[in-house]
Design a protein around this ligand. Structure first.
Ligand code: HEC
Length: 158
């Protein structure tokens, strides 16, 4: 019995090692359906080095980057503030600067990207229609920058 547990543990570790050496990339899934997001729908020009880095690490390389945050703010004002409010305080759509999420995945960069790219319910349509994947990372950096929630719940920093 004990030996068997050891064996399955070892097998799991081997499997993890195999996966991480074969493919470092993350898999992006739709927030509602769980289906893999098809990045071939993405607007041209978004497959930048920073986006490639995000696809490797699952971390937004623009977080904390003052210039990127500024650009993200202006994109946010164009494409998101009408529904989410100028300070992401919530309007037609929920607030994005606090630590309550309808979809808890939004506390991670991968989760937030998935909701932006693939959309969620109702008025929250897929944003790939309007923004490139690189632009989405800029918007995300702005949203993280204006975060007013509990720092302990900021999973993207972990
Ligand atoms: C036409 C209005 C509209 C626009 C434009 C819009 N949203 Fe939304 N958004 C919504 C609504 C409504 C919801 C709630 C959907 C749901 O609960 O499934 C939502 C949900 C979200 C969520 C999930 C929040 C949570 O609590 O889990 C995020 C993140 C989000 N939007 C970010 C954005 C960003 C960033 C943009 C701009 C790129 C944007 N939205 C543009 C209306 C909009």
């Amino acid at each position: 019995m004990k030996y068997k547990t050891f064996l399955s543990g070892a097998a799991a570790m081997l499997a993890i090692a195999a996966v991480s050496t074969a493919r470092a990339d993350i898999t992006l899934r739709h927030a509602l359906t769980g289906e893999t997001l098809d990045l071939s729908f993405a607007k041209k020009g978004g497959n930048t080095d920073k986006f490639k880095q995000f696809m490797q690490t699952g971390k937004n390389p623009y977080n904390g980057d003052a210039e990127a945050i500024k650009k993200g703010e202006s994109l946010y004002m164009t494409g998101c503030s009408g529904c989410h409010g100028h300070e992401a305080e919530g309007k037609l759509g929920p607030g994005l600067a606090d630590d309550y999420w309808t979809y808890p995945r939004n506390a991670t960069d991968v989760g937030l990207f998935e909701v932006l790219f693939g959309g969620a319910n109702g008025m929250m349509g897929p944003q790939y229609v309007t923004f490139s994947t690189d632009e989405m990372l800029h918007i995300m950096a702005f949203i993280r920058h204006i975060y007013k929630g509990d720092p302990k719940k900021a999973d993207w920093l972990k």
